[in-house]
Unconditional design. Sequence first.
Length: 155
Amino acid sequence: MKSDQFPCFSIFPPLIFSKMYFIYHCTAGKTIGEKSTSLLHGNDPVLGYDYDILGSIITEAVGDRMQSFLKSETGINGDKLTNRYSPGYCQWPVSDQHKLFSFFHENICGVSLTDSSLMHPVKSISGVIGIGKNVKYRAYVCTHYSSSNCIYRKI
């Protein structure tokens, strides 16, 4: 796949040596998000916030587990993985979710996409992982860290 065919040119360089791409989405499901929203707007917003955080942790754990499984399967052939890259991070436009979702059957695994590119259930992630013998996994150092909009600058 050429860089002009890839969903986002800004993330293409780390994926350039990939011989294939693993495009994914996964979710913690709708229940935890619904519980969080109900509590946040109800009588226990602190518990609602806890559920919101727990939903995020679960979603990322599912992503980590998926990547770990993929690493064990691809490692048999001597292949390596890149980092997970997702729309909405490091200036990859969220609107490119539509390009990623074009690879999936509609509403697969109960995850759908709104016109404004938000996933439902809310506690869901999507992205791409490069696979190949010459790819590298790098510690997350976003080149856009200096952006005034980056939430991680303040941490």
